[in-house]
Design a protein around this ligand. Structure first.
Ligand SMILES: [Zn+2]
Ligand SMILES: [Zn+2]
Length: 358
């Protein structure tokens, strides 16, 4: 089969690799679509992980083969596959800190080499605990591309839950890329009042189209004042950092209201550190939070939101690339055109899906 293999910093090779062998409680999934995530781009551009690896984790496809012990699903099923499922019995899992579970991080889906998701390949092997808890059937009227959003929606939901967002909360989303715009829609779905700060005009317009309360250009001198005016004179209750830039951090620290929260959502390069004025925590009682990956508990809600179109993920789909052109897709995501939002990788060019109805 074909795979786009990470061979070192900013080196992706389109290669032939063996189709993974499956065990008795495992399945082999033919990947129809895999979303390109900001975290994949980080893993490709920074020396965070030892090569060779096959990344890609926002996956949807069809079950090709199932081992004899598999009960939950069968060949031919259209499925979204979670790449991370916790063990559900370690100390972290019992505290519902699922993303800190060792099994969650290490025992993931794979297309070969050190398990790393594997969605940027034509087939993946799904380990038994994920077959049992992380394979979600896709309704017949939902496309594979839409289904790739189940995982990122879960990550967003986990973050806003962690920040304790309540209806009516004013939330500033820093960065209106595909994740930021997903946050905007989820915040609205939860009854919160989202704003975005984003330097690209086309993305601010898109946020307005999706119902954001207000948009700000962080390069404008009146930015801080305009944001305070729009948020009751104090600033937002929560700032969600959806881009890994130092400027964005500064923006978050200077704009959260006294007593407000800042949540780090984007992954920064390992060597980055940020200076924090202790009095921001002490005198202004700002709470700093972080949220990594998805929550096992929010899987059902995430699937419901995407499959029943409670938010408009289709508005975020911008371009598809064949697997052979993954490097080009990464480059486009880094240097977005006016209309670039979510990019989806299609490992099988020409695979046309038949939907039950739109
Ligand atoms: Zn992702
Ligand atoms: Zn665990």
């Amino acid at each position: 089969m074909k795979a786009a293999v990470y061979r070192g910093v900013n080196r992706i090779e389109y290669e032939d690799v063996p189709v993974p062998e499956i065990g008795p409680d495992e399945i082999l999934v033919r990947i129809a679509a895999c979303g390109l995530c900001q975290s994949d781009i980080k893993k490709i551009l920074y020396p965070l992980y030892e090569p060779p690896r096959i990344f890609g984790h926002e996956m949807a496809g069809v079950i090709e083969r199932a081992g004899p012990d598999v009960q939950a699903c069968r060949p031919g099923d259209r499925v979204a596959v979670m790449h991370h499922i916790p063990c559900l019995r370690c100390g972290c899992c019992l505290r519902e800190d699922y993303s800190l579970c060792k099994m969650f991080k290490e025992l993931t889906t794979t297309a070969g080499f050190i398990p790393s998701g594997g969605g940027f390949a034509q087939f993946i092997r799904v380990p038994g605990h994920i077959v049992r808890h992380g394979v979600i059937p896709i309704p017949g009227n939902v496309s594979f591309e839409e289904a790739t959003f189940v995982e990122p929606v879960n990550c967003c939901l986990k973050a806003v839950r962690k920040a304790g967002v309540a209806a009516g909360d004013r939330v500033l989303v820093v960065g209106a890329g595909p994740m930021g715009l997903l946050f905007v829609q989820i915040l609205k779905f939860l009854g919160a009042v989202p704003f975005v700060s984003e330097p690209l005009a086309a993305r601010r317009d898109k946020a307005l189209e999706l119902g954001v309360e207000g948009t700000f250009d962080p390069s404008e001198s009146r930015f801080a004042e305009a944001l305070r005016d729009a948020t009751g004179g104090l600033g937002p209750d929560l700032v969600l950092l959806a881009v890994p830039h130092l400027r964005a951090c500064e923006c978050a620290f200077s704009s959260a209201r006294p007593g407000g929260k800042i949540l780090f959502f984007a992954e920064f390069p390992e060597e980055v550190s940020i200076p924090v004025r202790p009095n921001l925590l002490y005198r202004s009682e700002i709470t700093l939070l972080g949220s990594y990956s998805s929550s096992f508990k929010l899987q059902g809600l995430s699937a419901d939101i995407v499959f029943n179109r409670r938010i408009n993920v289709r508005a975020l789909l911008s371009r598809e690339f064949p697997l052979a052109r993954l490097a080009e897709a990464v480059d486009l995501a880094l240097h977005p055109a006016k209309d670039t939002l979510k990019i989806v990788i299609r490992p099988w060019p020409g695979w046309v899906q038949q939907l039950v109805c739109e």
